[in-house]
Design a protein. Structure first.
Length: 161
């Protein structure tokens, strides 16, 4: 092999190597972030359900609440579609159940073993300005989830005679 051919091959290898290392490093960082996802343990200022959802729920459940958030891939069980809670409960949104589930007072009936969803009660109930607004936050978050419920499918029109 001529020295010019060797030099050309070395040049190609040296130009590809940094790109490969950069891609590997980025992939490793993404994998590490998936494995190390931790729910925020801080309290946001807003009491609005939509803001609470964005801060505490969207990483797993997705911005659309359908279960496809960025942290969902690292979970053993796919986060449920929160827009279908009422559908899974016969068309009725179980507000009190959802509030208890968010706060950690209601164990999950669907799963056995370790609960992957964080228990938000202690975070949302932090005392702020000498007030415990935890129940307000939990109620607002549950009411927001209620507002996201998919509409019932329309019944087919009856046949006319």
């Amino acid at each position: 092999m001529a020295s010019s051919q060797r030099a050309f091959i070395v040049l190609i290898v040296l130009s590809i190597l940094p790109l490969s290392v950069a891609a590997w490093a980025q992939e490793t960082k993404a994998d590490s972030e998936k494995q190390n996802y931790q729910a925020p343990n801080y309290l946001i200022e807003s009491l609005e359900g939509r803001d609470l959802f964005r801060a505490y729920c969207s990483a797993c459940h997705g911005a659309d609440a359908r279960g496809g958030g960025p942290a969902a891939a690292s979970m053993k069980t796919k986060p449920p579609d929160l827009t279908r809670i009422a559908e899974r409960r016969g068309g009725v949104f179980p507000l009190a159940y959802v509030e208890r589930f968010i706060s950690g007072e209601q164990p999950s009936a669907e799963t056995h073993g370790q609960r992957e969803m964080p228990i938000w009660g202690p975070i949302l109930s932090q005392v702020q300005r000498d007030m415990n607004l935890g129940k307000v936050r939990i109620r607002n978050l549950a009411k927001y989830l209620e507002s996201l419920q998919a509409p019932k499918a329309a019944a087919p029109p009856e046949a006319t005679r």
